[in-house]
Write a protein that binds this ligand. Structure first.
Ligand SMILES: *Cc1c(COP(=O)(O)O)cnc(C)c1O
Length: 359
């Protein structure tokens, strides 16, 4: 094919590849870590109420997330100056990379972690250095005691599901006062630990959160960050250099309502965690190594790449969609999102059938 000269001026970086979103509704969809339960009743009620004042959509929303930002400040017991709201935490993270990583030294993150980080580095010309995780897939704090232009820790980590605790993060923060540490807490709703309280003590710590997993609102796109007001100001500067109104009026109303329904939130999280533990037990009984998860997914070791691919294909034939990453160190694993109890029973039965076929 003929290449035109102007084509060499086009962006050709490697993008992030999201899990498949099939149109076929009959599939058991365990591939993108969505919450199997619906959004909170209060959120649905707010959605209905919004329809009655749809006229307001002719107006731009507030630039800073308005009532949602205030509600998040209340919820986390911080000042509004410590909260930044964005259009999904992916957007908040992208802004944070631009806002916090303008130094010359490489930004550090794990070799096994969320694969969007290297994509943003490439997009924004940020130097990066991959820090190997331990053999058991835990992060090694000591490996981050080095000169850097910033650190990104996904905690609990994706796609491993493994969570690190207070001591680990304090260790990293104590050894790193000169650059920004971003902690991506997309899955912290399902974990025992959050770094948000540490933001009061460490001014260079920025924590990002999402409404997509824990609050069943992936389709609405809400994410936020908590941190020192200087970090939030830098984020706001980047946002205002890109898109003044990223969070819609609808997202502000529905998100604020979702946040008010603590009882429903706790109940759905507890259900997912219970199903997760039961499924992990079931898979371990079938001989799979499944590291303890603090997220809404399991990382299941099928012992080899070939076997992982065979199991992936077998599950797919049975109408069950999971994820396989053909990447160094994790080729033998499948990542399985936690669905409802019945979905997971169907999964375990299908895995059993795979094992019988193998014999
Ligand atoms: C899902 C996910 C995000 C993005 O969440 P959104 O709020 O939907 O943009 C960020 N980080 C990790 C590790 C995730 O798994």
């Amino acid at each position: 094919m003929r290449r035109y000269k102007w084509e060499s001026n086009l962006y050709h970086g490697k993008p992030y590849v999201a899990g498949e979103q099939p149109q076929d509704e009959g599939l058991v969809k365990l591939n993108t870590n969505e919450n199997p339960y619906p959004p909170a009743p209060a959120a649905v009620k707010a959605l209905r109420a919004f329809a009655k004042k749809s006229e307001t959509l002719k107006l731009y929303p507030p630039t800073d997330g308005g009532a949602l930002r205030e509600a998040l400040a209340d919820y986390h017991e911080v000042d509004t100056a410590n909260v930044f709201v964005g259009n999904g935490s992916d957007e908040v993270l992208a802004y944070a990379f631009r806002a916090c990583f303008v130094g010359y030294d490489p930004v550090l993150f794990a070799d096994v972690t969320y694969s969007f980080y290297p994509v943003w580095c490439q997009l924004m010309d940020i130097q990066k250095k991959f820090i190997p995780v331990k053999r058991d897939l835990h992060l090694r704090a000591m490996s981050y005691w080095r000169k850097n232009g910033g650190i990104v820790i996904c905690n609990p980590n994706a796609p491993t599901g493994i969570g690190e605790g207070d001591e680990f993060l304090r260790d990293i923060l104590r050894h790193n006062r000169k650059s920004v540490v971003i902690v991506d807490e997309a899955y912290a709703d399902f974990a025992e630990f959050s770094a948000i309280p540490l933001t009061a003590q460490f001014p260079n710590l920025l924590v990002t959160r999402s409404f997509s997993k824990g609050r069943s609102l992936a389709g609405l796109r809400i994410g936020y960050a908590i941190g020192n007001e200087r970090l939030i100001r830098a984020l706001t500067l980047v946002k205002n250099s890109f898109n003044s109104y990223p969070v819609s009026r609808l997202a502000i109303e529905v998100g604020t309502a979702a946040l008010s329904d603590e009882k429903y939130y706790r109940k759905t999280i507890a259900k997912v965690v219970k199903t997760r533990e039961k499924t992990a037990e079931g898979l371990r009984k079938l001989g799979f190594d499944v590291p303890p998860s603090q997220t809404n997914f399991l990382f299941c070791d099928a012992a080899s790449k070939e076997r992982a691919q065979a199991l992936f294909a077998h599950l797919r034939e049975d109408g069950i969609l999971v994820r396989h990453f053909d990447k160094p160190r994790i080729r033998s694993y499948l990542r399985i999102s936690i669905g409802k109890d019945l979905d997971m029973e169907v999964l375990v039965e299908s895995v059993k059938a795979f094992l019988l076929k193998e014999e």
